[in-house]
Design a protein around this ligand. Structure first.
Ligand SMILES: CC(C)(COP(=O)(O)OP(=O)(O)OC[C@H]1O[C@@H](n2cnc3c(N)ncnc32)[C@H](O)[C@@H]1OP(=O)(O)O)[C@@H](O)C(=O)NCCC(=O)NCCS
Length: 171
């Protein structure tokens, strides 16, 4: 089973230092160790369902009121400030929230309890997702709306094909 860590870097340490500088390279490598420890903490202590090959920012918030309701698939990135909710005291709901494979959950967005983000989908920064997102879609805004379909992504939601704008998509 692949993990993001240890020996999976695209460039060697020295090449990364030449390209990005010493401090950013050290920060990235050290952060990966921290993220690995956090993955263990989330999965072993809290019982969340996180694939080992994921990138969950240290500044993302995963709901610990109903932690077993969090499901995140292989190759998905959850960026800083993103909030993934599984409970809602107002409606007294505890629901499973699922993010598929090779998705990108943008900075500071909110996934409401019970939504499912389909594989290879991208949630733009700041979006508030209140409904399920189909696979291979790009959504933005509050409430989040699909603005592109047929999007293709590789790991961590890096776009291979930007897909078709919804206005141009066949009905
Ligand atoms: C969603 C995103 C991938 C779209 O990028 P893009 O493919 O270049 O999209 P465009 O810039 O062509 O934007 C298309 C439309 O969506 C709007 N839009 C783009 N991103 C938006 C966002 N996050 N929220 C609201 N609207 C957004 C644009 O204003 C544009 O609207 P218009 O057609 O009315 O002019 C990008 O904006 C984004 O949010 N990336 C994530 C950034 C992030 O979270 N980084 C954290 C570290 S990775």
């Amino acid at each position: 089973m692949p993990t993001r860590f240890f020996g999976r870097y695209e460039v060697t340490f020295m090449r990364a230092v030449r390209r990005y500088g010493l401090l950013p390279t050290l920060r990235t490598r050290l952060r990966d160790v921290v993220l690995q420890l956090r993955w263990l903490y989330f999965t072993r202590v809290w019982g969340m369902d996180l694939h080992p090959y994921t990138l969950i920012s240290t500044k993302a918030k995963l709901d610990r009121t109903y932690p077993r309701g969090i499901h995140i698939g292989e190759g998905t990135a959850v960026n800083f400030g993103a909030v993934i909710l599984t409970h809602d005291l107002v409606r007294e709901e505890y629901r499973d929230t699922r993010v598929g494979r090779n998705c990108m959950i943008g900075a500071h967005c909110i996934l409401m309890p019970g939504v499912t983000i389909g594989d290879h989908s991208i949630v733009g920064a700041g979006a508030v997702v209140t409904k399920d997102v189909p696979p291979n879609s790009l959504v933005v805004g509050n409430p989040a709306r699909v603005i592109r379909i047929n999007v293709q992504t590789k790991d961590f939601g890096r776009m291979l094909d930007p897909g078709t704008a919804v206005a141009e998509a066949p009905q």
